[in-house]
Ligand binder design. Structure first.
Ligand code: URA
Length: 206
């Protein structure tokens, strides 16, 4: 990616946290985590930000934590495969986050979300997905802004809408809290995956 993945200093707070975590967790990645998959792919999934002991530790979005395990199990069981593990017959996807650095309490500030938008825009321009799944309202707002700066669409779980040729889907984020409170259940999430499959199969017959 033209923007370097380890020297971004746009967000003072996040740079400080990265430095602190490099001392506390010296074996962790502790750098901005960019998209897993960075070439033309029909389907992109966008989450919130790296989890401290997940993506921030491994350097891969949705890797090594509860949200990642939930998400990838549902995806795999429904015929989706990570772009780098692509398989014919599967729906291959890239996966990234709206915010690339671990934010304290998993809550990025609006200024940090704004600063990070250029990375997401760049990823979308390279990946050129026709279908995007947004996990939560932060991902939704960043994806809408990255695709078309001047429109407002409200986040709504289960909703889908078009921006140009692209179809964008909204789901609650598969965080431990959302899953344990049953705000998001595997059944609810699979309904959205099936909706995505149906739309993708309209353009690429199964
Ligand atoms: N891990 C990520 O990479 N992103 C999230 O939004 C949650 C966990």
């Amino acid at each position: 990616m033209e923007v370097s993945d380890n020297d971004c200093v746009d967000c003072e707070r996040l740079v400080t946290v990265r430095k602190e975590n490099s001392i506390k967790f010296p074996t962790y990645y502790n750098r901005p985590v960019l998209s897993d998959g960075y070439e033309k792919t029909n389907f992109l999934i966008v989450g919130l930000a790296p989890g401290l002991h997940g993506a921030n530790a491994t350097g891969l979005p949705f890797d090594g934590d509860f949200a990642g395990r939930f998400l990838k199990q549902c995806l795999e069981e429904n015929g989706f495969r990570l772009h780098r593990e692509r398989k014919s017959g599967a729906i291959n996807y890239c996966i990234t986050n709206a915010v690339k650095c671990f934010p304290p309490e998993n809550r990025p500030l609006q200024s940090e979300i704004n600063n990070c938008l250029r990375y997401l825009k760049k990823e979308i321009s390279v990946i050129q997905p026709n279908f995007i799944l947004c996990l939560g309202a932060v991902a939704h707002n960043s994806v809408v802004r990255a695709c078309k700066e001047d429109i407002i669409v409200k986040f709504q779980h289960g909703n889908s809408f078009r921006i140009g040729q692209r179809i964008i889907f909204d789901s609650y984020h598969p965080s431990k809290r959302n899953i344990s409170t049953k705000r998001l259940t595997p059944e609810m999430f699979i309904i959205i995956l099936k909706k995505i499959i149906k739309e993708i199969e309209k353009v690429i017959p199964a």
